[in-house]
Design a protein around this ligand. Structure first.
Ligand SMILES: [Zn+2]
Length: 256
């Protein structure tokens, strides 16, 4: 039987009152939380804090198991590997489709990556102890988390092939589509410098790629903001590795 764990405020982020918690039938944008039956959802949310995470804030550090898991309902996070050469390599994006902090339920005690907020993000922060208990005792929650692990394995695997074969401009278009899908917004507040870290390659290559997409009318970009104007046109610039989200329209997450 699930035993409630007393919650204590955790550092980082701005604590907000969560209006959705008051109504257990409200749709939740986070895919995992939104798929839960009312009983599991009510107990999980009673253990969670609703917070806003500023862009650039780190949620997980190399070599550490996070003190809490985070379920975004807006915004997105990037897992980055920092190489000794000074290069930063993006390996995955987590948005409304999943959670940050999954290592604590998968027996991963050490890893070499950090998770940072790509944009200002909001969602539910759940203490690691509560996450572990829910994973052990809640069938629907465990199934939702494992399904997400499966989706992330496929996504990370596709990055390996993509980074070897496809051009920078193709990867740039792909990452922009993925960011929009996972954050649930076609307006992305991100600098060329951060985007260069995510896509890989020099900053000027990002600038050239964005200028090309802007000339074609696929996007507009100005002062750290990229707006997707023509999704179909952007899609045609991306490589075959981009896969449309499999979430049905209207379930509260992603851009379709
Ligand atoms: Zn590709």
């Amino acid at each position: 039987m699930y035993t409630a764990v007393p919650t204590t405020p955790m550092p980082g982020g701005i604590l907000l009152r969560d209006p959705l918690r008051l109504n257990p039938t409200s749709p939740l944008p986070n895919r995992i939380l939104g798929s839960l039956p009312g009983s599991e959802r009510a107990i999980l949310l009673s253990q969670a804090e609703y917070v806003v995470i500023p862009a650039g804030q780190m949620l997980a550090s190399p070599g550490e198991v996070p003190a809490a898991a985070f379920f975004p309902d807006r915004g997105a996070f990037c897992w980055l590997g920092d190489m000794s050469t000074g290069h930063h390599v993006a390996v995955a994006i987590v948005g409304t489709d999943g959670l940050v902090g999954i290592s604590s339920v998968l027996a991963i005690t050490r890893h070499n990556f950090r998770a940072i907020a790509l944009f200002e993000s909001s969602g539910y922060r759940l203490p690691t102890e509560s996450l572990r208990r829910a994973f052990k005792e809640f069938d629907f929650f465990r199934a939702g988390v494992l399904a997400y692990v499966g989706r992330q394995i496929i996504e990370i695997s596709s990055h390996v092939a993509c980074n070897r074969i496809h051009s920078h401009s193709q990867r740039l278009a792909r990452w922009l589509l993925m960011m929009a899908d996972k954050s649930g917004s076609t307006s992305l507040k991100i600098t060329h410098e951060v985007l260069a870290q995510v896509v890989g390659g020099p900053r000027h290559a990002v600038t050239m790629g964005l200028n090309k997409l802007g000339t074609e009318g696929a996007i507009a970009h100005l002062r750290g903001q990229i707006d997707i104007l023509d999704r179909a046109r952007l899609r045609r610039n991306a490589c075959e590795c981009y896969v449309e989200p499999d979430r049905p329209c209207g379930d509260g997450g992603g851009v379709h």
